[in-house]
Design a binder for this molecule. Sequence first.
Ligand code: RB5
Length: 157
Amino acid sequence: MSYYFKKIGIASDHAGKDLKFMLIDFIKLLEVEVVDYGVSVETDKAVDYPDYASLVAEDVSRGKLDGGIAICGTGIGMAIVANKFPNVRAACVWDEFSCRMSRAHNDANVLCLGGRTVNYHRAADYVKIWLSTPFAGEQHKIRIEKITNLDKKRTSS
Ligand code: RB5
C-alpha cells in the first residue's frame, strides 16, 4: 500500500495520550515516519490541548511535516486550534466515510481523533485510510484554493 504522507507529527493532551502511543506503534509498522510532539509518557497531570495542537500544526503549516495527527478527548479542541494555522486543514472524523472524504475532498493535512470517543481499532483503521487516501483534485482543487486565499487574507492584514 502506498501512503501520501512520508513524515507526520503526532500530538495529544492527557486525554489522548494512551491512544497516541498505540497509534505511534501502528504507524511505525506502516513504515511512515512519525515524530512525537508530546505529551510525554512521563507527564501524569492534565495538560492544555492548545499547547500540543500548536506544536504539530506549526510544523505542518511551515511544511516541516507532510501532515499531522492530533488527539484530545474528542478531537474537537485540537481541530479548533490547528485550523488557526495557515495552510492547515484539520478534520475531526467520525466514521470511515468522513475519514476518506477529509482527504479526497478537503485535502485535510491534520487528522483529529478523540481518545474518549474512538477505540484503538477504529482509530487505527481511520489512520490507515487517512494516510492512504489521495486528494481527488478536480473541482475540489478550486475549493481548497479558496481556503488558501482566506489564509492569505488573514495573514496579510
Ligand atoms: C480534556 O478534559 C478535554 O477537554 C480535551 O481533551 C478535549 O476533549 C478538548 O477538546
